[in-house]
Design a protein around this ligand. Sequence first.
Ligand SMILES: C[S@@+](CC[C@H](N)C(=O)[O-])C[C@H]1O[C@@H](n2cnc3c(N)ncnc32)[C@H](O)[C@@H]1O
Length: 322
Amino acid sequence: MSRLTGSRDRPQHVPVMLDEVINGLAVRPGGHYVDATVGLGGHAAAILEAAQPGGRLLGIDRDPNALERAAERLAPFGDAVVLVRGSYADVESICAEHDFAPVDGMLLDLGLSSLQLEQTGRGFSFQRDEPLDMRMDPDDELNAFELVNETEEEELAGIIWQYGEERRSRRIARAIVGQRPIRTTGELAGVIEQAVGRSRGRRNTIHPATLTFQALRIAVNQELMHLDAVLASAHGLLEATGGRLVVISFHSLEDRRVKEYIRDQSSARPRERWGAEPTETPHWERVTHRVLKASDAEVAQNPRARSARMRVAEANPLTEAA
Ligand SMILES: C[S@@+](CC[C@H](N)C(=O)[O-])C[C@H]1O[C@@H](n2cnc3c(N)ncnc32)[C@H](O)[C@@H]1O
């Protein structure tokens, strides 16, 4: 039985940096919190406990299987919990619809849950041979099979380069196109390994398909677009209470985006790209000036925590610039 697996057929997800999340959100009794990536409800349960008496939580996830598990786990909190299937990109309208604003804190624990990685049939991992899918929301139109088998070579190389930061993207795209149709994660991993081999040096610690799988998953789920959208709407939800935003990322593409957003928006003259108007007060106050990582003790217990990177910011109430 794996460390992350509570029973052989029911994967568990160990929430990362749990104490840091509760401190980062500054959870207080009676507070209202959004867990925008509720997953299996591990962080949510801890937030709800710390927010009693009177605290409430709205949990969002794109994955209906995750929501089912979150509902079971959070059932003891009764109507203090609202669970919504949807994307955090729509957090503003979801909160409005459920009359759940303003909010005292919002958590984004990005990436995949152990349920998604370990449950067969989702095609997120090359550790098992599964149909190529990779959709977090099974109702989304695009899946990895279509992306891999129908995208032109140059565009595929661009996706692998941009979202995987894989320097051998052209060689990999050429090999994929030459071997199509590719139906399973195992076939795809084999094609990639054949094309680039197992390199020596630092990179030999990860499988040669790792970065390509990351790139395809990000493209299938349009992850960076959704991340930009939630970052752009977080301030509006947290402004009235001076609430906290806590973001945990698991790869450098996401963390860089979060870092740039917080750095940019904690300046009084934000760049145009986040769609914010100049204000006398910066949108955010940085709570963490350097990225927080999991302790050695946590990493020893839960290897997934090794790549976790956490950033925290507090929303400032705004005054318009003259
Ligand atoms: C790392 S897991 C969260 C685990 C959770 N913190 C826990 O303690 O169980 C990330 C979750 O975010 C969800 N997710 C990814 N992109 C999303 C999006 N755009 N909107 C909502 N949920 C999303 C995934 O389906 C997954 O369940």
